[in-house]
Design a protein around this ligand. Structure first.
Ligand SMILES: [Zn+2]
Ligand SMILES: [Zn+2]
Length: 332
């Protein structure tokens, strides 16, 4: 089979031939049809994988090719997706509390095991989501990380229908976040840089648009009544924290984008209105499955470009340069 691997920490992507792996106990072999390129693939490329060589990719859609012993819930030929969640150990304290995404093992597809930049990928049975027939593989793949991160982050935020909810950024995550937020019944405020993105944000379902290069984001959110939750999808620390003053009482900033720089937040901004700042880690395979089903129910779809597996290197470079419109999906 073909696989795109990173041979050493910091190395380039290289297309190699490998033996197709065989599923062991509790494992499923998936024939990959599509795999999205995510900003977090930089972790595999940059040296944070558990071992090298490593095949990145955690936005996988495909079909079950073979199942190992102990797997009764998946059948050959079934359409499945695999996301960031790489399975749980079921014995650590968070797992015993039913909080599988917080499993202390931190098993991550494409980081602690090989991922979906390949013709085939192995995954633990508990890391698979069923893909509804209504979604193509190319549509389903980005929902397995970008999609579930936004959908699950929003539904866990405490915001309820009718509440003002902000989405910072209109890229790979943000363009999905705006759609999900609108379909969840929030009053949606899209926040991005540049007046020209306003029409696009409204097409995605946003009720308001804030051009952060021209307007003070916090004061505009405050004039709208204050945001119960803001999902920040960007990698700019200042753009992420600029919304805190625009949260309503007990509002929450939910950080899902990953700024490299530390975030500076004023303590009075937090204390005086009992605001909170939290992170949100993707979701389990069941959360992904919920995301896919919600997308079918409501018509939420990722906007993607597709390219072939052997173009993973140039495609990754375009994504990192912010040129992807809006998610790049590798197809086999
Ligand atoms: Zn991701
Ligand atoms: Zn665990």
């Amino acid at each position: 089979m073909r696989a795109v691997q990173v041979a050493t920490a910091g190395g380039d992507f290289e297309l190699v031939e490998r033996e197709v792996p065989q599923p062991g106990h509790w494992q499923v072999l998936v024939r990959v049809a599509a795999c999205g390129i995510c900003h977090s693939d930089a972790m595999a490329k940059g040296g944070l994988a558990s071992a090298y060589p490593r095949v990145p990719g955690h936005e996988v859609a495909g079909t079950v090719e073979a199942v190992g012993t102990g797997v009764s819930q998946w059948a050959v030929g079934q359409r499945v997706g695999i996301g960031w969640f790489g399975g749980a150990c079921f014995v650590c304290t968070p797992c015993r509390e039913g909080d599988f995404i917080s499993c202390v093992q931190r098993w991550v597809t494409g980081l602690t095991r090989d991922g979906g930049y390949a013709d085939y990928v192995l995954a633990p049975a508990d890391a698979l989501a069923a893909v509804p027939d209504e979604l193509s593989d190319v549509e389903a793949a980005p929902l397995m990380c970008a999609g579930v991160t936004c959908f699950h982050g929003l539904r866990e935020s405490g915001a309820r229908p009718g509440d003002v909810v902000g989405i910072v950024g209109l890229g790979g995550l943000g363009h999905l976040g705006v759609q999900f937020a609108a379909k969840m019944g929030f009053e949606v405020v899209a926040i991005a840089r540049g007046a020209e993105k306003g029409d696009f944000a409204r097409q995605l379902g946003a009720h308001h648009y804030i051009d952060s290069t021209r307007e003070d984001v916090a004061s505009r959110l405050t004039r709208l009544g204050g945001a119960k939750a803001v999902l920040s999808t960007v990698t700019d620390a200042a753009a992420t924290t600029a919304v805190v003053g625009g949260l309503r009482t007990r509002g929450q900033l939910v950080v899902v984008g990953v700024p490299v720089a530390p975030m500076e937040i004023s303590a009075p901004d937090l204390i005086l209105s009992s605001r909170t700042v939290g992170g949100h880690a993707s979701g389990t395979a069941k959360d992904s499955e919920d995301t896919l089903r919600f997308a079918v129910l409501t018509g939420v779809r990722p906007i993607v470009e597709t390219t072939s597996l052997d173009q993973a290197g140039p495609a990754y470079d375009r994504m990192m340069a912010g040129q992807a419109r809006f998610r790049i999906v590798l197809t086999t």
